[in-house]
Design a protein around this ligand. Structure first.
Ligand SMILES: CCCCCCCC(=O)CC(=O)SCCNC(=O)CCNC(=O)[C@H](O)C(C)(C)COP(=O)(O)OP(=O)(O)OC[C@H]1O[C@@H](n2cnc3c(N)ncnc32)[C@H](O)[C@@H]1OP(=O)(O)O
Ligand SMILES: NC(=O)C1=CN([C@@H]2O[C@H](COP(=O)(O)OP(=O)(O)OC[C@H]3O[C@@H](n4cnc5c(N)ncnc54)[C@H](O)[C@@H]3O)[C@@H](O)[C@H]2O)C=CC1
Length: 715
């Protein structure tokens, strides 16, 4: 909705009213068309100001409408009518002017912004382009290179940057609506010709072809298969090379293709899922809206290795006072230097005071005594962690939350080492912990809902996407990764190379294939885990262990000291230890051939489709098991874990959303096919939840929970 009132005698003030972000729903568009018509025809109104209620100008088109048939007045003619008005129209921007919201503002003749407002055209992040004239107006106003940057990345800019770039006319730190009204009064009677952006020529760069070719190449490379960034470049090119009307036509054509694409659906699903996962629930019925988090101002981190350093930085940047405890003097010194450097660099980059003073360091565990929350990040060794939790239980105050960053160990077992099992949760960060957006908050059967609420709230404070999950080996992310990695190894045994497997996965959209990824994280990490699980038999080549198919290839590499990037050799060859560029390794290829010969395996040609299906469907299948066991509350939780923690391409929506797009019957049929070929691989055995979903008619993903909750006997 939108309301019109007369202020300061002659200014028509149009207020958008659609909480929480004044999105341009059909009702709001109808309201704008109606109030504009009344303002233009009312002789008392000599100028117009458009603003949004509750300190937000407009969050753009109403994304919830995209899935249904659009009704109400379309945006493009609505914005044209504003631009064509013969009375000056001023946008008063507070909070956000994003997507269609900024396009609406670009249709106005002037834009006044509050200093704290954020502006941008983020459509690309939703699989779309700014198709209400944004792709044609913005380059006309700020030039092609700057418009390309904003439109292809979707980044939000501050009011100060918008002023510098030239798409805001004035920035105020006072009352924006009042400033806009004064401004509107001052421009009455001035010519509006030069203020109608669509009538301006687009400043065309000298070598337009070379510019767009270069940009297109860069965008294609970073898009990893996403189509919207490419369409955004094409739309801006139309602005630079065609008259406005034809450019608009091109914008509409490109939008029509994007609008109905699976990628746009996937990205919009991600938008809502990212927000939905914060509304967590536990199988006990405890929920986000019934549990209040405890205030946390003092935190402690134990172990200043790879993870402890990043966690310390993330906590300090969130404004907590942190004590970091490390037993090894060398590590303590190196860790302190690394943490301080990271904090200083971040402060410089963001132009904020450094949080270095907020961190204390100690070699004594006693230093954590007054913390409200402790996060343990010592070696992945159960005996060590058991001992530590016993000590923490007696050192810390009774209501202190005890958290572990373990990758896969049993949270419940750790909780049982303490006198306060209800105060123990997992806070599973991803490396580098101060950068990666994902946090898995792991609750055991005895974790108190308030402990989960507190960890989730702290995750939010650190700017993380936090997902609450149940306790099991590897939790959600790492548990699903196991069959994915195993399938990749089996494919090597059957004739693939690390290059062919990685190529297929990168073609799918992962930033790195599984073998390049393993080289980066270190092959020794998984080796240690397999040793602890009793799977490693040094020097032995047997391919069945603990009653199921096993590939010893990773172990054989580790036995040769090939740990990946850090040793200069792994699945690939590196120039020097630590260097990043992976090169194919002829030694590895002969090693694989010899291995197959000794095992009596006949090498065959394996194509991308088989690589993708076997690795991804095995991972997805484990996702169904996880849903079935209520380890994750819904498919959105799994999908956000994979998008934010494991590089799953966002335009494919996450593994479970991808399965729904491929079609559940198809996923089931391919799993059955591979299971018949490899009956000794349990993770190819289709999950019973997948069966149930298919026999329930493969409902859309937002209705899976109904099937998950149904008792099995109901079928
Ligand atoms: C051929 C067809 C032609 C069609 C032409 C259409 C062309 C277009 O013009 C295309 C577009 O505009 S696409 C929309 C572009 N706008 C955006 O991407 C902004 C999205 N919103 C934000 O970034 C933040 O919510 C924001 C920064 C605004 C606020 O952040 P906060 O952290 O304060 O709040 P959130 O928790 O993010 O949001 C609060 C609730 O509002 C929901 N919401 C936000 N933006 C929305 C939007 N644009 N549409 C619908 N719902 C929206 C949000 O989902 C959340 O609700 P819950 O999910 O229930 O929590
Ligand atoms: N490295 C990774 O990518 C990830 C690791 N994790 C988990 O985080 C934990 C830590 O892993 P990393 O940081 O990689 O290990 P790391 O080996 O880099 O660091 C562990 C640190 O803990 C210190 N330490 C050992 N015992 C201690 C004690 N009793 N008191 C204080 N400090 C002690 C060690 O001296 C070392 O500096 C493990 O549980 C691991 O599974 C979780 C997510 C990702």
């Amino acid at each position: 909705m939108a309301e019109l009132s007369l202020v300061s005698g002659s200014v028509g003030l149009i207020t958008l009213q659609s909480p929480p972000v004044n999105a341009l729903s059909a009702a709001v568009r109808r309201g704008i068309v109606d109030t504009m018509q009344r303002a233009v025809s009312d002789p008392k109104v000599r100028s117009v100001v458009i603003c949004g209620q509750n300190g937000v100008f407009c969050g753009g088109a109403d994304i919830r409408e995209f899935g249904s048939t659009m009704t109400g007045p379309p945006l493009v003619p609505m914005i044209h009518a504003i631009e064509a008005a013969d009375k000056p129209v001023v946008a008063a921007i507070e909070g956000s002017a994003l997507g269609g919201g900024l396009e609406l503002a670009l249709g106005c003749h002037y834009r006044i912004s509050h200093a704290k407002a954020r502006l941008g055209l983020p459509e690309v992040t939703l699989g779309l382009l700014p198709a209400a004239g944004g792709s044609q107006r913005l380059p006309r106003l700020i030039g092609v290179p700057a418009a390309l940057d904003l439109i292809t990345t979707g980044r939000h800019v501050t009011a100060a940057e918008a002023l510098k770039l030239g798409f805001v006319d004035q920035v105020t730190d006072q009352n924006t609506v009042e400033a806009a009204v004064q401004f509107a009064l001052s421009v009455v009677g001035q010519s509006l010709e030069s203020r109608r952006i669509s009538s301006l020529p687009c400043p065309c760069p000298v070598d337009v072809d070379a510019l767009f070719e270069g940009v297109m190449q860069r965008v294609r490379q970073s898009a990893r298969g996403a189509i919207a960034p490419v369409a955004c470049v094409q739309a801006v090119r139309a602005a630079a090379t065609l008259p406005y009307a034809q450019g608009m036509q091109r914008e509409q054509e490109l939008m029509a293709t994007l609008f109905t694409s699976g990628q746009a659906r996937a990205l919009q699903y991600c938008f809502f899922s990212q927000r939905a996962v914060s509304r967590w629930s536990m199988p006990s019925g405890a929920r986000w809206d019934t549990c209040k988090p405890k205030p946390v101002t003092k935190a402690a981190v134990i172990g200043l290795g790879t993870m402890g350093r990043g966690i310390t930085v993330a906590l300090a940047q969130a404004g907590l006072s942190v004590v970091a405890v490390e037993t090894q003097p060398q590590q303590l010194k190196a860790g302190q230097r690394a943490v301080s450097d990271m904090l200083e660099r971040a402060a410089q980059r963001l132009g904020v005071p450094s949080a270095v003073q907020g961190v204390r360091y100690s070699q004594e565990l006693q230093a954590v005594a007054d913390a409200h929350l402790v996060i343990e990040a010592v070696f992945e060794d159960m005996a060590l962690k058991e001992q530590l939790f016993k000590q923490l239980s007696s050192i810390c105050k009774p209501d202190t939350l005890l958290c572990t960053n373990t990758s896969a160990l049993d949270i419940d077992h750790l909780a049982s080492q303490t006198h306060r099992p209800q105060q123990v949760v997992g806070m599973h960060f991803f490396a580098p912990a101060h950068v990666m957006k994902l946090l898995e908050v792991v609750y055991g059967p005895r974790s108190a809902p308030q402990a989960v609420a507190t960890a989730m709230a702290l995750g939010k404070r650190m700017g993380k996407v936090s997902v609450a999950v149940g306790n099991c080996r590897g939790f959600v992310g790492n548990r699903m990764l196991m069959p994915y990695v195993e399938e990749a190894l089996f494919l090597l045994e059957e004739g693939a190379t690390p290059e062919t497997v990685d190529h297929a996965l990168e073609e799918f959209g992962f930033p790195m294939g599984v073998f390049r990824m393993s080289d980066l994280s270190g092959l020794d990490v998984g080796w240690r885990v397999r040793k602890a699980a009793g799977l490693v038999e040094p020097g032995k080549m047997s391919r069945v262990r603990q009653g199921r198919r096993y590939s010893p290839l990773g172990d054989l590499l580790c036995e040769q000291g090939r740990f990946g990037q850090k040793t200069g050799q792994g699945w690939y060859l590196y120039e020097t230890p630590g260097s990043r560029e992976a090169r194919p390794d002829p030694w590895l290829h002969s090693f694989l051939e010899e291995y197959r010969a000794r095992q009596g395996l006949v090498s065959r040609r394996i194509d991308s489709q088989e690589v993708q299906e076997r690795c991804l469907y095995a991972l997805i299948n484990e996702g169904f098991n996880i849903l079935q066991e209520s380890i994750a509350a819904g498919p959105e939780d799994i999908d956000m874990i994979y998008v934010f923690g494991y590089g799953w391409p966002r335009h494919r929506g996450g593994p479970m959303f991808y399965a729904s797009q491929v079609g559940l019957p198809r996923v089931l049929q391919r799993l059955e096919h591979y299971q018949q070929l490899h009956p000794d691989v349990p993770h190819l055995q289709p999950s019973s939840l997948l069966w149930r979903l298919v026999s329930s008619g493969s409902p859309p993903i937002h209705r899976w929970r109904e099937v998950i909750r149904k008792p099995h006997s109901a079928l």
